[in-house]
Design a protein around this ligand. Structure first.
Ligand code: PLP
Length: 388
C-alpha cells in the first residue's frame, strides 16, 4: 500500500484490467465448474444486504427472519419443514459443520471413544478430508459399485463401534451420481449411526426433476435415518458465491456445535465463521420467491436436456461415456487419445474442462450457463480433435 491513495478512475481502470484476465460463465466456456452466472434478482438482493452480519443477528433482525424462512423453505423442499440450520459459505463449510455435529453427538454418548471415524463413499468431495483433518477423525472410504454409486456392503463392512457418521451423496462432484440413500438410511438406523447427505450439487435439482417425472432416488428428510443435509444455493440454486446451506433434523445437532458468544447479540453461535454475510440469505430468499418451484423446474429441465444432447453427441463423435448421466454431468474418454490430450486440445480452443479422478475422464458439468449453442461448438471441436 502506498502512502497516498490514487484516483477512483485510475483504480477502476486497473480493476478492469484484472477483470479482463478472468473467464466468465456467460461465455459458455467454463465447463468444469459447479458455479454459474448468478441470477440478476439474486445479485440485486445480495447487494442490498451487504452490510448485514448474521454473526450478530440481534442487529439484523430482518435478515435473521429471512434466514429462518429460507431454512424452513429449503427443509420443505427436502421433506421436512421443521429443520434447523444456516445459510453459510458453501458445501465445504456445511460438510464440516455436519461432521462436527456428528462427532460431538457421538462423543457426548461415548466420551471414552478415542479413534472416532467417519465412513464416506470413495466419490465424496474433498471437503470431508478437510473435516476429518480438522476434527481429528479417521476417514474410511467405501468402494463404489459399477455405476459409481457407493457399494452398500462396503459401507456396512466399514461401520464399526467408533463410527460417528456415514455420508451419502446426492449428486457426486465428479459424475453427478446419487447414492442409494434409502438403503443407507435403513442401514444407519439399524447400526445406530448418524447419516449426513451431501446434496450440495443435487439438492437444488433432484426434487424439481422428480416433480417432472424423472424418477431419481429419494435422498431427503422423508427418510428417517437422514440427520443432516448439505444443499448449495450457489450451485444449481443460481445464487451468488458464497451461498451454502446446512440443515439439521434436530435442534440438538446444531446445539452440539454451538459456542458461547460473550459480547454479541446472540448467546451462542454454531457456524464456523463468526462474521457472516446476510447477503447470501437475501439472495436465496429473493430467488426462491422470484423463481418459485416452476422457475427451478425449468432450470433443472433445461440442464438435463442439454446434458442429454451432449451425451448423445459425445457418443456419435466416437468418444466413450464412462456412465449414463443421472444429473447434469457428462464424463468421457477416448480410445485414440489420452484424457490429458483431449483436455489440452479443448483448452487450446478456449474451453475450460476438468478431469475426474475416478475414473479418469473428461468431466463436463452442464450448468445453467452452458447453452445448446455452446454444446454444438464443443462437439465440433471434439470431432475435429478426433480427426487430427
Ligand atoms: N459437496 C459436493 C457434492 C460438491 O460437489 C462440492 C463442490 O463442488 C462441495 C461439497 C464443496 O462445495 P464448496 O466448493 O461450495 O465449498
Amino acid at each position: 500500500m502506498e502512502d497516498k491513495g490514487r484516483s477512483e478512475t485510475e483504480i477502476f481502470d486497473e480493476l478492469h484490467q484484472f477483470k479482463t484476465r478472468d473467464m466468465t460463465h456467460r461465455s459458455g466456456k467454463i465447463l468444469g465448474s459447479m458455479c454459474t452466472c448468478p441470477h440478476p434478482i439474486g445479485l440485486n438482493a445480495f447487494k442490498m444486504f451487504l452490510e448485514s452480519n448474521l454473526g450478530d443477528p440481534g442487529l439484523f433482525k430482518g435478515t435473521q427472519a429471512m434466514e429462518d424462512e429460507v431454512i424452513s423453505s429449503l427443509g420443505e423442499l427436502l421433506g421436512e419443514r421443521d429443520v434447523y440450520g444456516h445459510i453459510i459459505t458453501g458445501g465445504t463449510e456445511a460438510n464440516i459443520m455436519a461432521m462436527r455435529a456428528a462427532r460431538n453427538t457421538f462423543k457426548h454418548n461415548y466420551p471414552d471413544c478415542e479413534d472416532v471415524n467417519i465412513v464416506v463413499p470413495k466419490s465424496a468431495h474433498f471437503s470431508f478430508k478437510k473435516a476429518a483433518d480438522m476434527l481429528c477423525l479417521d476417514l474410511l472410504e467405501a468402494e463404489l459399485d459399477e455405476n459409481y454409486r457407493v457399494d452398500i456392503n462396503s459401507l456396512d463392512e466399514l461401520i464399526n463401534e467408533n463410527t460417528a457418521a456415514v455420508v451419502a451423496i446426492a449428486g457426486t462432484t465428479e459424475l453427478g451420481k446419487i447414492d442409494p440413500v434409502e438403503k443407507i438410511s435403513e442401514l444407519c438406523l439399524k447400526r445406530g449411526v448418524y447419516l449426513h447427505v451431501d446434496a450440495a450439487f443435487g439438492g437444488y435439482s433432484i426434487p424439481f426433476l422428480n416433480e417432472m417425472g424423472y424418477d431419481l432416488p429419494n435422498f431427503d428428510f422423508s427418510l428417517p435415518g437422514v440427520c443432516s443435509i448439505t444443499i448449495d444455493p450457489h450451485k444449481m440454486g443460481l445464487a451468488p458465491i458464497p451461498t451454502g446451506g446446512i440443515l439439521f433434523r434436530k435442534k440438538t445437532f446444531l446445539e452440539s456445535i454451538s459456542i458461547e458468544t460473550p459480547y454479541l447479540t446472540e448467546d451462542r453461535q454454531s457456524t464456523i465463521v463468526g462474521t457472516r454475510t446476510g447477503a447470501s440469505t437475501a439472495a436465496t430468499w429473493a430467488l426462491m420467491n422470484y423463481l418459485g418451484k416452476e422457475g427451478y423446474r425449468k432450470v433443472s429441465k433445461e440442464c438435463m436436456e442439454i446434458t442429454e444432447l451432449l451425451h448423445r453427441g459425445v457418443v456419435e463423435a466416437g468418444f466413450n461415456p464412462v456412465t449414463e448421466p443421472e444429473l447434469n454431468i457428462v464424463a468421457f474418454t477416448s480410445d485414440e487419445m489420452t484424457v490429458d490430450e483431449i483436455a489440452d486440445g479443448l483448452e487450446r480452443s478456449g474451453w475450460a474442462v476438468s478431469i475426474s479422478s475416478y475414473p479418469r475422464a473428461i468431466r463436463i458439468i452442464v450448468m445453467p450457463h452452458v447453452k445448446e449453442e455452446h454444446v454444438e461448438l464443443l462437439l465440433d471441436d471434439l470431432r475435429e480433435l478426433r480427426s487430427l
